[in-house]
Ligand binder design. Structure first.
Ligand code: FE2
Ligand code: FE2
Ligand code: FE2
Ligand code: FE2
Length: 392
């Protein structure tokens, strides 16, 4: 199994953008950064890092749950998400320099940015992403580019040698004269265009590296709420145990474990205050939470080797045999045994964890509640037996 890292990160960046209510920020910043880097004839290896860093540059905002605009305009909030992003990306099995690039993406040429470093020490890649980021925020994408490019060029030019590196500004100004640059940025298929620009010597994860990557993502999701801080990790261990009991081959077992780590990936779009709310949820909040398995499947389907098995095992975890689940109301005939295994383990894991309104249950009590669900045709005996063997 080979997983292209560019595609993987681009897909995840989609969730970061939805979570922040800012359409296509990561792809636009990536595209602009890339074009500047090419104009500057930055060497290939460095361009690859710019790619990966741009996709993830604002992941710290998702962790901190601060507002997108405030995080870009307020220097303290900018510093906070740079640091959180740096700490998270450092845990991913990626080149360490990528996390460094992310750390300094809100620093300016003259040292007036988040960490107060200036051009003498800032990585060139951070300075490129910084300008690209400012461009995306300054543009009004609902207005044609030819009505605003002149003002934008004037603003960037004025800040040449102040906020931005003169060398990078010149490269940017050269590109702005090309209509193709803007037409690509306005194109609703921008993500496809970016995928077409991925370097041919892309980084590929094998299944072991993908496991590590998924575990880091699981921690990020679990830590969104203090009640779920071990949820996806715990779930992945139980499903892995079941894989062993079933005698599945290594590759399938690891895939199932990845599905366990990533089953709640869509929770990245759910604000932390909803996940942590102690009182009753409003109708709107309830529907926002309920949308998470939809996003899990949407994202995993974009990764060719995940489409099918992993995306179904992960994305169907709230579906029930009697069609009372969500988001697709699938039934017995459409749910595979492993779809149901992830679903039943998710319920078990949730029952044994503390929740705002109750303490975590013991193993026996949890199993007896789940057995009632079998009697009510939410699950089948088959997966219940497997769960029991795995946890007793
Ligand atoms: Fe940022
Ligand atoms: Fe940004
Ligand atoms: Fe879930
Ligand atoms: Fe879950």
């Amino acid at each position: 199994m080979k997983i292209g890292v560019g595609n993987l990160l681009l897909s995840i960046s989609y969730l970061i953008d939805i979570a922040q209510g800012r359409k296509e920020h990561a792809p636009k910043v990536t595209y602009i950064s890339l074009q500047i880097a090419k104009q500057l004839q930055v060497e290939k290896g460095e361009i690859k890092k710019i790619y990966y860093a741009s996709f993830l540059h604002d992941i710290g905002i998702t962790v901190s749950d601060n507002n997108f605009y405030a995080s870009h305009l307020d220097i303290q909030l900018a510093k906070k998400h740079c640091l959180l992003g740096y700490e998270f990306v450092r845990k991913l099995p990626l080149d360490e320099e990528i996390s460094e690039i992310i750390k300094y993406h809100h620093d300016f040429y003259n040292g007036s940015g988040a960490f107060g470093y200036d051009y003498r020490v800032l990585p060139l890649a951070s300075q490129i992403i910084n300008l690209a980021d400012q461009i995306d925020i300054s543009m009004n994408w609902s207005k044609p580019y030819y009505l605003q490019v002149d003002d934008l060029k004037e603003w960037v030019g004025k800040n040449k040698g102040i906020l931005f590196n003169p060398f990078i500004v010149d490269a940017f100004l050269d590109i702005t004269d090309k209509d193709k640059f803007w037409l690509d940025l306005y194109n609703p298929q921008l993500r496809q265009i970016i995928l077409g620009l991925l370097p041919d010597d892309e980084v590929y994860f094998n299944i072991q590296t993908m496991l590590k990557f998924s575990e880091a993502i699981a921690l990020l999701i679990d830590n969104k709420s203090k009640f779920t801080h071990l949820h996806s990790q715990g779930l992945s261990e139980v499903v892995f145990e079941i894989a062993k009991i079933m005698g599945l081959d290594d590759e399938t077992s690891y895939k199932l474990k990845i599905a366990g780590y990533l089953h709640d990936l869509g929770k990245m779009v759910v604000p932390n205050e909803i996940l942590n709310k102690e009182g009753k949820l409003t109708k709107e909040e309830f529907y926002i939470i309920k949308s998470h398995p939809y996003y899990t499947k949407l994202i995993l389907d974009q990764i060719p080797v995940f489409k099918g098995e992993i995306s179904n095992w992960a994305g169907n975890h709230h579906e029930r045999v009697n069609r009372s689940g969500y988001p697709e109301k699938l039934g017995k005939d459409e749910l595979s045994l492993l779809d149901r295994v992830v679903g039943i383990c998710d319920v078990y894991q949730a029952l044994i964890e503390d929740r705002p309104y109750r303490k975590g249950l013991g193993q026996k009590e949890a199993l007896s509640i789940i057995y009632d669900m079998v009697k009510n045709e939410l699950f089948l005996e088959e997966e219940f037996e497997l769960l029991k063997r795995a946890v007793v």
